[in-house]
Design a protein around this ligand. Structure first.
Ligand code: MV4
Length: 457
């Protein structure tokens, strides 16, 4: 039985998890660093324990301190949220070794998906389409050259231990391959302590579409449709939508069926996300995330489910309890990530929020842990809130997001709100015809002042 949960995280996601626990009558234990003594998650939890100094390494990543907090507080389970220890297989093992439940998949599945080569090979074996490329790590440059000729240039060299775009190098022609491989290997070795790399055909104008899944310990797996996360800059997502403006209902159901069938075969438990590149009406698996994601609320809004509740239910051994045919996708949802950053340079802007007014009204949800007078610490991620809207169509969701963004007041520090307002008024965005490169170009054309004029007009 799970009647108390320690939340090994901070910020909006810690608050998000506490909210569901309250509704489920589960006792909550917050952990925090000395920099977060005044944080919202500390105030909302039933109990809070300080686990270390501001540096994440010494607090939110400090496994011995977190395990000690779990034991003293009498927690039955740990929810890792996203980031920090959420995809750390050794942490999942430590939690279970202490007799607590880890609210996530098995350590073995975290490890499997953490190795991008193994993840890809496994997905391919179980019928999921993958990007053409090497099946194993590149052993030597001569073998790599043969495979690169087969798949055709340009090719992309990726780190096996990578993810999030680190350790990737494009080779546009054969004379660039040696260099791309050695640079990617060196970067991977420095960043992950593992220099293994593999090759893939480089897709030049893909969308980033990901499918949300949930598995239970009885071998049932369902999907909750997809999210389009193409609107990103330097691998930081800014806007996400459910569903993707690019997909038909048939494509949604087809990719969902392929994904659930594969995860059923590997016995996947808990929530997960299968990431694809989508180009010329084809899906190509790239990675799987074995955690709850930042953008999960858009899926919750269109499906009318609470993913954290589902995670907790399956972690305590309950069956999913409904079939795929009972999951319906209603309307459209959009999420905007609000970061404390300069809207043109993206330079972090921590400091005190002198005034905050939260938008509201029909179809508007704001997941945040900030309040008027709150001091955004400089030690952590700059995301200070997520504004999510839900409406019956994409057009109405955009109208609603424009309205909600205009209502949102965040004073005392720089935020990306002006940029988000400009995106929601852009005609190309409105047409839904964008790739992973679109935002980079939009940001180059963007000047904050023009936007505010357009808004008034
Ligand atoms: C690719 C790709 C093009 N072709 N793979 C970037 C992060 C990692 N998750 C995979 N990434 C990419 N893999 C092939 N074969 C382009 C990217 C990519 C990207 C993917 C998703 C979202 C944003 C991106 C931004 C730049 C590059």
């Amino acid at each position: 039985m799970i009647s108390s949960i320690l939340i090994a995280n901070r910020g909006e996601i810690a608050v998000r998890i506490i909210r569901t626990c309250r509704e489920m009558k589960i006792r909550t234990i917050a952990i925090h660093s000395t920099a977060d003594a005044d944080a919202m998650h500390v105030r909302l939890a039933d109990m809070a324990l300080c686990v270390g100094p501001p540096s994440p390494r010494d607090s939110y990543l400090n496994i011995p301190a977190i395990m000690a907090a779990a034991v003293v507080s009498g927690a039955d389970a740990i929810h890792p949220g996203y980031g920090f220890l959420s995809e750390n297989a050794s942490f999942a093992e430590a939690v279970e070794a202490h007799g607590l439940a880890f609210i996530g998949p098995s350590a073995a599945h975290i490890r499997m998906m953490g190795d991008k080569i193994r993840a890809k090979a496994t997905m391919k074996e179980f019928g999921v389409p993958v990007v053409p490329g090497t099946e194993a790590a590149v052993a030597n440059v001569d073998d790599a050259r043969v495979i690169a000729e087969e798949i055709g240039y340009p090719v992309l060299v990726k780190a096996a231990a990578g993810g999030g775009g680190r350790g990737m190098k494009v080779a546009r022609a054969s004379d660039e391959l040696d260099e791309a491989i050695s640079v990617a290997q060196a970067e991977a070795r420095a960043a992950f302590g593992d220099g293994s790399v593999y090759l893939e055909k480089y897709l030049d104008t893909p969308r980033h579409i990901e499918v949300q899944v949930l598995g239970d310990q009885f071998g049932s797996v369902v999907h909750f449709g997809e999210r389009d996360c193409s609107l990103q800059r330097r691998h930081q997502k800014l806007v996400e939508e459910a569903g993707s403006p690019a997909l038909s209902d048939t494509e949604r159901n087809e990719i969902g069926t392929v994904v659930t069938s594969a995860l059923q075969k590997i016995g996947y438990r808990n929530a997960g996300t299968i990431e694809f590149l989508y180009q010329d009406s084809r899906f190509y698996f790239i990675e799987m995330n074995t955690r709850l994601q930042v953008e999960h609320p858009v899926t919750e809004m269109v499906c009318g489910i609470d993913l954290v509740r589902e995670q907790i239910r399956v972690a305590r051994g309950e069956p999913i309890g409904y079939g795929q045919e009972q999951i319906r996708f209603m309307g459209h949802a959009i999420e905007c990530r609000i970061t404390a950053e300069d809207p043109s340079t993206f330079i972090p802007s921590p400091g005190t929020i002198s005034f905050f007014h939260q938008p509201g009204g029909i179809g508007v949800r704001m997941d945040t842990a900030v309040y008027s007078g709150y001091k955004v610490p400089p030690y952590y991620d700059s995301m200070i809130g997520k504004l999510i809207v839900h409406a019956s169509s994409r057009g109405e969701a955009i109208d609603r997001m424009r309205r909600a963004l205009d209502e949102c007041v965040m004073q005392g520090l720089k935020t990306v709100l002006p940029l988000l307002r400009a995106i929601m008024r852009d005609e190309e965005f409105e047409r839904g015809n964008y790739t992973i490169h679109w935002l980079e170009n939009f940001v180059m054309r963007f000047t904050p002042d023009q936007t505010e004029d357009k808004k008034k007009a």
